[in-house]
Structures are given as structure tokens and as C-alpha cells.
Design a protein around this ligand. Structure first.
Ligand code: C2O
Ligand code: CU
Length: 575
């Protein structure tokens, strides 16, 4: 028997054996958590047994087979990330929804080559809610997401902590990442290279688990749901049509729970919901489902065809995304739901001093998607918009095109103030802080955001359609935030010099600047062959740079000066 088939059989058998509840389902994988202020993330190529037969080539983080650990941040903490790229490809890691300096954002400009460590850090100012991280390398985002790279971020804050809400991770507070994949004859994920056609999977993966089931206690349970699809939208609800309660949008708690029986969740969007199982019988089951039958054309996944161009087995179907078995009540159940959650002060259209309109237009050119913004395909070296720091702006995205999209912007959380020009078009289910919004065909969305804190004329933030085939195909633009007093757009002066000590070194490197007011904007450490080993945005140098992991040899440090943005290089020796 072929070794892979044997290994496959063993995994299938063990899946069946661990399924104590219903053998037709597999237990929902719950990602590990990492908390504190230092986060080590190692990206790896790997493989997973997702169906019988060959294993599928996937990618994971910190040893997982698909997807990565859940990072738990406390508002107010400064979090330090240590991202090691052990893939065979360059990639980036973007912190979706986080408010942080552009140089730490992990967009297409912060490329992490294979074998390189990237160390961004920032102070967490976001509200308690569910965020996520994922690759964002231009033209490669779809491929890297497809392999399974990504993970949840949970932010906690005092307002959320003071509420009686389920928050026992994996017990009554469950992360759920929805995506689907297609497979070829050897069980490898299919990724089309044709950005003009839709990219829908045929089979659900919920937390990377095919046909997932979970046991949930007979009480209030919180589900943190993320649509991490390439393109498909979900019209979510329960098989018994029960009412459930939306408590957060992308960027924080709503003012009060919103009762629904269905909610649409587009790519990149998150909701946290409360579901009450207290009246359910222990041992009974129900399904969280996508009620995607009969959506209007333009809803991603409403296409009638099951195969071929724009087709998939899940199109225009209702399908289960998570089988739920009701289990006994826990020792400390949440048995009530707060009537109010937060007291958000939202920006209104009247607060905006700048108004912009972005039109979804056809894309043009070979290798591009059929969609673009304002007839301009994304170009890495073109800044499309300049925003003054601390300005409140209203952006209106107009989609008179033939398909729907999910519009996402980095840096800020926004408040939707109108759909199709009318405030009454905004649903209460989307009344909170958002960073990602459904943009149906033939409609417009207006939102207001304040571009606080971080200005940087060099590193831009992105806005784009979160369908990664559209994004990779050029449906993306970038903006810089300007206006910081220390910023100099035209370098007119020579950077001041610096020295490295000790040199040679074996543990830590220290840097002294000739001009004590000088600060490092970026440090890269390259080996003698020119390969980047460390990427250190705005490094905090007072404690030195840890080089103990470097192999002995000659290295080159490239230091970019904060003020002039000019780069000086210096050699040092690792003993
Ligand atoms: Cu979730 Cu620009 O990304
Ligand atoms: Cu799109």
C-alpha cells in the first residue's frame, strides 16, 4: 500500500474514532491561543488530510495544518510580533482591522522573504472585538490564503470585560472561520489563475475542518464568526430558524444586541453572535447554515451553475457550515443577555470635512480582474489618495457595476452612514464600527472615519475589495496619511552617521547616533549574500538588537533615518 494512502487511512480512522457524537462529522478544530505581549508566529508549508486519499498541500502557523493560533490582545498593551517566514515564498502578514502605524501594517510593501524574521509592534487601541491576520502580498494573496495562512485576533477591553458574556475560549466562546475549497484529482486545492472568473470552493472548511461538528453547552454561547473566503458570501442562520443576537461588528460592540434570524457576512467581515441553547434538549442537534439559495444575482455565490465558469457545488444552495450538538450546561453558565453593550459615539456625515467618491469600474489590461477603482488598477508605486492626519472623512463607494464586492480599508474603523444615499438604508446589524462592508451591485455605501494618529509619507495603507481574486487583479488602491510635524517629504539633508558596538558581537548589538535626536525608521539586517534576515520597523534600540540567532559571519545593517528616510549601511560581524 502506498505510504500516503496508508497515512490517509490512519488519519481517517482516527477522525472516526474521536467522533464520539456523530461519525459523519469531524470535531471542529479550535486553534490554540497565544496571549501576553510577545507573539511568535512561524509560517510553514505543510499538508493536511482533508479528505480520503492524498493529503493536501497547505500552510499553517506554529505547527498547525491549516490556519494559525488565535492571538489575544489587551487594549492598552504594546504587542511585539516575531513573524518568521519559513515558507518557500515571500509573503506578508497584515493585521486586519488593527489601528497601527503603516510601517507595521503588513500590507503589500512589507514583504517578508523566505527565512526572514519581521518584528512589528504597536500599542493596541482597538475596541474589544474579533479581528484577524492574513497574508497580503500583491498578486499572491489568493494563493497564500487558499493554502490556509491566517488566524484570529481577539481584543479584550474593560468595557467588554465588565459585561456578563460568554468568554471561555473553546467552551462557550467559539472562533469560527468560514471558507470553502475546490480540489483537483490529486486532492490539491484548486486556484485559478484567471482573475476574471469567480473563485468558489466546492466543499466547506470550518476552522479548516471538513464537515465540522462541535458540542456546545445548554446556555448562552458566543460564536465569533469570520468570513475568510476568497469570494463567497454567507447568508447565515440556524436550521431551526431560531433568533440569535449580533453583539459586535468588525471593530467593537454594538450599543445593544440586534436580534436576527439571518445575517449576511461578506469576505473579511466578522460578527460575534449570542445563541441561547438553554431551551434545547441535551443530545439534540442543529446546524449553523448558509441559506444561500435564491440570492439576487451579484451576491457572491448566487450563480446558478454548479461547475465550469463561475460555478461551484455550493452555489445557490443552502448548506451546513457547522453541526452543533447540545451538551450539558457548564459549571458557570451565562444565562442572560445584557440589554445594552456599549455607549459608542459614532462620527456622522456632518462631522466629515473631506468627502471622496470612489467608483467601481471595469478593470482593463491583461492579467487584471474585470474590476478596478476609478479605472485605475493597483500599482505598488502609485499613491492614490493623501489623507491629512486627524481628519474626519466621508467616503462613498459607488458600485454601478455588474457584480457585488466587499470594500475594506486599513488603518481605521468606520461608521456606515448611508446606503444608496440614504441613512435609512443602513441595517441595525451593521450599525457598529466596521472596517469591511458589503457593496451590492447597483448600490453605494457611504462611511465616515477619522484618520487618527499615524502619519507616514513612505508607507501607505490599502483599501480594496476583499475578494482576493479581485484584490490581486488590481481592485485596490493606497493612501498615505500625512501631516506629522517630524515628516520631511523631500530629503534635503544627509543622514547623520551611526556606529554599531560591540563589533564583532555575539549577543546584542547597540547603536549610537552621532546626532542624538536621530531615530531609526527601519533596520534591515542582510547576510553576506544579500539575503534579508531581520526586518525591524521603527526598532526600539535602547535594549539592543538581539542577534544571538544569527549564524557566525559578516552581515550588513541597512538603517533608514526617521527624519530624512535616507538609508546608511554598515557591516558588522557575528562572532
Ligand atoms: Cu484583510 Cu487589506 O485586508
Ligand atoms: Cu470585488
Amino acid at each position: 500500500m502506498h505510504k500516503n494512502i496508508l497515512r490517509g487511512l490512519i488519519v481517517v480512522i482516527s477522525l472516526v474514532l474521536t467522533n464520539n457524537v456523530n461519525a459523519q462529522y469531524n470535531s471542529l478544530w479550535i486553534p490554540d491561543t497565544i496571549s501576553g505581549t510577545n507573539f511568535n508566529l512561524t509560517l510553514n508549508d505543510t499538508f493536511a488530510q482533508l479528505r480520503s486519499g492524498n493529503q493536501t498541500i497547505t500552510a499553517g502557523i506554529n505547527g498547525s495544518r491549516f490556519w494559525g493560533p488565535t492571538l489575544i490582545f489587551n487594549q492598552g498593551d504594546t504587542v511585539h510580533m516575531n513573524v518568521q517566514n519559513n515558507l518557500n515564498d515571500s509573503t506578508t502578514i497584515h493585521w486586519h482591522g488593527m489601528h497601527l502605524p503603516a510601517v507595521m501594517d503588513g500590507g503589500p510593501h512589507q514583504v517578508i522573504p523566505p527565512g526572514t524574521i519581521w518584528q512589528p509592534y504597536w500599542r493596541v487601541t482597538n475596541n474589544a472585538a474579533t479581528y484577524w491576520y492574513h497574508p497580503h502580498l500583491h498578486n499572491m494573496t489568493m494563493e497564500h490564503l487558499t493554502k490556509g495562512l491566517g488566524g484570529f485576533i481577539i481584543v479584550r477591553d474593560p468595557i467588554e470585560a465588565a459585561l456578563i458574556l460568554p468568554r471561555a475560549y473553546g467552551v462557550d466562546d467559539i472562533p469560527i472561520v468560514l471558507t470553502s475549497r475546490g480540489y483537483d484529482a490529486t486532492n490539491q486545492f484548486t486556484v485559478t489563475n484567471n482573475l476574471n472568473i469567480s473563485e468558489y470552493g466546492d466543499y466547506m472548511l470550518t476552522n479548516g475542518t471538513p464537515s465540522a461538528q462541535v458540542s456546545l453547552p445548554k446556555q448562552y454561547v458566543r460564536l465569533r464568526i469570520l468570513n475568510a473566503e476568497i469570494e463567497r458570501g454567507y447568508n447565515l442562520g440556524f436550521s431551526d430558524n431560531r433568533t440569535f443576537y449580533i453583539i459586535t461588528n468588525d471593530g467593537g460592540l454594538l450599543n445593544a444586541p440586534v436580534a436576527v434570524t439571518r445575517v449576511k457576512l461578506m469576505v473579511g467581515e466578522r460578527i460575534e453572535i449570542l445563541v441561547d441553547f438553554s431551551a434545547d434538549v441535551v443530545g439534540s442537534s442543529l446546524d449553523l447554515k448558509a441559506f444561500n439559495t435564491g440570492q439576487v444575482f451579484g451576491f457572491p455565490g448566487a450563480e446558478p451553475q454548479q461547475s465550469g465558469l463561475n460555478g461551484s457545488l455550493l452555489n445557490n444552495h443552502d448548506f451546513g457550515v457547522l453541526h452543533i450538538n447540545v451538551a450539558a450546561t457548564t459549571a458557570n453558565p451565562v444565562t442572560t443577555m445584557p440589554a445594552t453593550l456599549a455607549n459608542n459615539t459614532y462620527w456622522t456625515a456632518a462631522n466629515a470635512t473631506v468627502n471622496r467618491t470612489i467608483n467601481v469600474t471595469p478593470g482593463t489590461g491583461i492579467g487584471l480582474s474585470e474590476f478596478a477603482f476609478d479605472n485605475t488598477a493597483f500599482a505598488l508605486n502609485t499613491i492614490n489618495k493623501t489623507v491629512s492626519v486627524n481628519t474626519i472623512e466621508e467616503w462613498t463607494i459607488v458600485n454601478s457595476n455588474i457584480f457585488s464586492h466587499a470594500f475594506h480599508i486599513h488603518d481605521v474603523q468606520f461608521k456606515i452612514v448611508a446606503r444608496n444615499g440614504s441613512a435609512s438604508g443602513v441595517g441595525s446589524y451593521e450599525s457598529g464600527w466596521k472596517d469591511d462592508v458589503y457593496l451590492p451591485k447597483g448600490g453605494s455605501v457611504s462611511f465616515v472615519a477619522k484618520f487618527d494618529d499615524y502619519s507616514d509619507p513612505i508607507h501607505p495603507f490599502m483599501y480594496h475589495c476583499h475578494f482576493s481574486n479581485h484584490e490581486d487583479g488590481g481592485m485596490m488602491g493606497q493612501f498615505v496619511v500625512t501631516g506629522n510635524a517630524t515628516e520631511i517629504n523631500e530629503p534635503t539633508q544627509e543622514p547623520k552617521d551611526f556606529s554599531i558596538y560591540p563589533n564583532p558581537a555575539n549577543n546584542k548589538l547597540f547603536i549610537t547616533f552621532d546626532d542624538p535626536t536621530m531615530q531609526a525608521y527601519y533596520i534591515k539586517i542582510n547576510n553576506a549574500a544579500g539575503k534579508t534576515i531581520y526586518m525591524l520597523p521603527r526598532p526600539q534600540l535602547q535594549n539592543g538588537i538581539d542577534i544571538s540567532n544569527l549564524a557566525a559571519g559578516i552581515y550588513v545593517m541597512q538603517l533608514t533615518d526617521e527624519k530624512t528616510k535616507l538609508t546608511i549601511t554598515k557591516k558588522f560581524i557575528r562572532q
